[in-house]
Design a protein around this ligand. Structure first.
Ligand code: ZN
Length: 359
């Protein structure tokens, strides 16, 4: 029987502060094993950029620029892990540097260095058998909460689902707000809204408790500072959004996300829509579920001069709609959090079909 209260596994070590990236070499030193390199999985956005030259390489250490154009796939994870095993045998650790996709890839590759088979075998809850190698997360975009989560969301052959386990959280995270300052403003907005949506879904959900509420309210307030109150982006915006992402991640870690995530998983499974923008596309049409949140969301879109795509489901076949509906309705805990125990009576296939049609 499942325990009544979840025993939440947290990230073991955390550094926060502008310029804390400089400490990476010192942090890695005690984790280095003889003849086993550190492997840096870096978002391809940084190829040829100054950050890539600041990575503290020693010995056989390797930088791999990872393609994050689409959401991470189980095939991509398996290939990275197999290549590293073939090249080095064992490695000391994996360091993910980038947005949510790079962080999730790093977590998954670290796990697959020590677990047999394919990462697709471990998509689900508590299926991972062995701890992976040492892993570090260094976000360069704020909002996903991937730096604190116990999952790594992957698109597999039959589903889009995380490797959700106590072995999944990072051993170390480095939160350096300086690293987010050069992110493209559209991308920064979409990813920031992922955090805003985490807060709304957590705070409006039936799983809410005082732990999640405390973090959710703080994260929401920080998002509002950055995207509602300020007239332009400044250094404190980077600091505030980085802490919003952390707190928003902590909030959903002990509650759950809701309607926007459940519906956007269907989009990204079928169309490869990235998580942040996918959530925004869905949130735009959720007045019925999150009235005040959607109103404020629309105001932030307008104020920050952002374009949210519309009509992305135009021309899809009935078979395509069925696929999205199946993926979405498979996210049972999300729906239960959003709509309560009787969610299946509320969110029927027909109702979801109408919603996808609007996107
Ligand atoms: Zn999210």
């Amino acid at each position: 029987m499942a325990s009544a209260f979840r025993n939440l596994k947290l990230v073991s070590n955390m550094v926060f502060g502008r310029g804390s990236f400089h400490q990476l070499d010192e942090i890695l030193a005690p984790q280095r094993k003889a003849d086993a390199p550190m492997v840096f999985l870096v978002d391809h956005f940084f190829e040829g950029k100054p950050l890539a030259n600041r990575i503290p390489l020693r010995g056989k250490d390797k930088i791999i620029f990872v393609d994050t154009t689409l959401e991470p796939k189980t095939t991509q994870v398996d290939k990275l892990a197999q290549n590293l095993q073939a090249e080095f045998g064992s490695i000391s650790g994996v360091i993910g540097i980038g947005g949510g996709s790079a962080l999730d890839l790093a977590k998954a590759v670290a796990l697959m260095m020590k677990n047999p088979g394919s990462s697709a075998d471990y998509q689900g809850w508590d299926l991972v058998k062995f701890p992976g190698v040492y892993k570090v997360g260094i976000p360069t975009l704020s909002g996903t909460g991937a730096e604190v989560s116990r999952t790594t969301v992957l698109t597999g052959p039959t589903r889009k689902l995380g490797m959700n386990s106590d072995y999944t959280p990072f051993d170390q995270i480095i939160l350096d707000p300086e690293l987010t300052k050069d992110a493209p403003s559209n991308q920064r907005f979409y990813t920031g809204m992922d955090c805003y949506i985490h807060c709304i879904e957590s705070l409006e959900g039936t799983f809410l408790n005082e732990f999640s509420k405390s973090y959710g309210e703080k994260a929401l307030q920080l998002c509002q500072k950055v995207f509602v109150e300020k007239t332009q982006w400044d250094d404190t915006s980077d600091d505030q959004l980085m802490m919003a992402s952390y707190a928003g991640g902590m909030s959903i870690a002990y509650s759950q996300v809701g309607v926007a995530h459940a519906v956007s998983y269907g989009l990204s499974y079928l169309l490869g829509t990235k998580h942040g923008i996918g959530n925004c596309i869905v949130m735009n049409h959720l007045e019925e579920y999150y009235t005040a949140g959607v109103k404020e969301f629309k105001w932030m879109v307008e104020k920050n001069n952002i374009e949210i795509p519309v009509g992305i489901c135009k021309g899809l076949s009935e078979e395509d709609f069925d696929k999205m509906i199946n993926v979405s309705l498979g996210m049972k805990p999300l729906w239960e959090n959003a709509l309560g125990k009787d969610w299946e009576k509320i969110m029927t296939r027909e109702k979801l079909r109408v919603l996808y049609d609007k996107l």
